[in-house]
Design a protein around this ligand. Structure first.
Ligand SMILES: Cc1ncc(COP(=O)(O)O)c(C=O)c1O
Length: 448
């Protein structure tokens, strides 16, 4: 190690972080450095998949305001991706940030020995706001980690056996989570993974019942069924009304645990505080994430019913499930408490429902006028635009980006473009975004 060189580099970078305003030369340097560093030290394959990167350069993210991401030169982009559902309260919402700043000046992570009050308060509040008798919280750092813990808790309660999941479902990319995920692109390189997993058609409760019956008929045990109440990553696939209720009944009938993965749908996104609330259903285990960080300090977790938790062996041996060093740290808890407060006080679920409906009114007209936009699907502010081909979707997402609006869609995944903006997005910015989407689709259609 050339210590002098490292310290010199650190001085420069920390100087950028400390700086309140960057000169044009500094912005140029940061842009060039970032491209070089990604290519040489992160992953040379990363940038070619991004519409924000072209052979002429790349758009470098530097700051944000509630409705925008700004590049390093200060150009704002209206954020319609919302961190794939993370920023429902907007970016660095001051009503959340104020608590995080206070907490940061007091205690950030945890001693890991003493008992920390915010973890206790958050666990209590979570049990108050989650469906039915979900009571015990287990706090983690990322979505996949939460799913891992949900699967492990199910095994602790019911013993090993089959997991049933859904085709096209997404539950993360760690080994257990990707075993449940139903997208071959993410699974294929790792096969065989967890062996006892069967995927059934999403939205089809009969398919679930048949799978359970068949497995039991040949002497297998079935531990749990895991499902997203609305499939997010798969492109906002909404099951028929009554699906979750039917799933609950089937799981009860065959003594199988029901795990609802609300990581993307939870905390207001679909117009309900939890999507399970729509059908008045209580899963045995529920995962949450994304929104819960307030877009500030990452936190995820699971909630479980008393019967599941208390009979899992976790009271006799609390460390057998996991003991993440950072899970449920004080800073993340302050962020989540502030976020829940903001969501409840401002009725974010209603805001998501209203603004989702507003988006859909114009998007429907756009779809009727443009054949390349073949389908729209929506659940509150989780909206998917499906194009005739992935290539067309990619061209549209680039045109939208060129007009300073940020939507999802990468070179290898653009047939369906998801819109998951902050619920606090102003009607003025929604109108501008819809105008841009229309212009972009028109431009691509003309070229074709
Ligand atoms: C439903 C669902 N489960 C799990 C995950 C994985 O979360 P993470 O990316 O934080 O690991 C995601 C992420 O998109 C998700 O949408």
């Amino acid at each position: 190690m050339d210590k002098q060189a490292v310290l010199q580099e650190l001085d420069r970078v920390l100087g950028y972080i400390e700086s309140d305003s960057l000169t044009k030369e500094e912005c140029d340097t940061i842009s060039a450095d970032t491209i070089y560093n990604y290519d040489h030290y992160f992953n040379p394959g990363w940038m070619p998949f991004r519409k924000s990167c072209t052979p002429d350069g790349a758009t470098i993210e530097w700051s944000d305001t509630p409705e925008h991401i700004n590049d390093v030169y200060g150009t704002p982009y209206i954020d319609l991706i919302g961190g794939f559902g993370t920023y429902i309260c907007g970016h660095r919402n001051p009503e959340i940030l104020r608590y995080v700043k206070k907490q940061m000046d007091r205690l950030t992570l945890s001693s890991t020995e003493l008992i920390e009050p915010l973890r206790g308060y958050l666990s209590k509040i979570l049990s108050m706001i989650t469906p039915g008798d979900l009571q015990y919280a287990y706090l983690t750092n990322g979505g996949a980690e939460a799913v891992e813990m949900a699967l492990k808790l199910a095994v602790l309660r019911k013993g090993p056996g089959y997991f049933i999941s859904t085709v096209h479902g997404f539950h993360g990319k760690s080994m257990g989570a990707v075993s449940m995920t139903g997208n071959p692109a993410f699974r294929a390189p790792y096969l065989p993974m967890i062996q006892q997993v069967q995927h059934v058609e999403f939205g089809n409760a009969d398919a679930l019942e048949t799978a359970i019956k068949n497995l039991k008929a040949v002497g297998e045990k079935v531990t749990a069924f895991i499902v997203e109440p609305v499939q997010g990553e798969a492109g906002c696939r909404v099951p028929p009304v009554g699906y979750l209720k039917a799933v609950r009944d089937i799981c009860d009938k065959y003594d199988v645990l029901f795990i609802a993965d609300e990581i993307q749908t939870g905390l207001g996104r679909t117009g309900y505080l939890w999507r399970c609330n729509m059908e008045n259903v209580t899963p045995d285990i529920m995962t949450f994430g994304k929104v819960s960080s307030g877009g500030i300090v990452p936190i995820t977790g699971i909630m479980s019913r008393p019967d599941v938790f208390e009979k899992s062996g976790l009271i006799d041996n609390p460390f057998i499930l996991g003991s993440p060093t950072f899970g449920g740290n004080a800073l993340a808890c302050s962020s989540t408490l502030g976020t829940i407060n903001y969501i409840l006080r401002n009725d974010i679920p209603k805001m998501a429902a209203d603004k989702g409906a507003y988006f859909m009114k114009t998007l429907t007209k756009i779809r009727d006028n443009h054949h390349i936009l073949s389908e729209l699907r929506d659940a509150g502010l989780l909206i998917a635009m499906e194009f005739e081909t992935a290539e067309i979707g990619w061209e549209v997402s680039k045109e939208i980006f060129a007009r300073n609006v940020l939507v999802a869609g990468t070179l290898n995944n653009a047939r369906v473009i998801r819109i998951e903006p902050p619920a606090i997005l102003s009607y003025e910015n929604i109108d501008r975004s819809l105008e841009v989407i229309d212009e972009a689709i028109t431009a691509v259609e003309k070229r074709l």
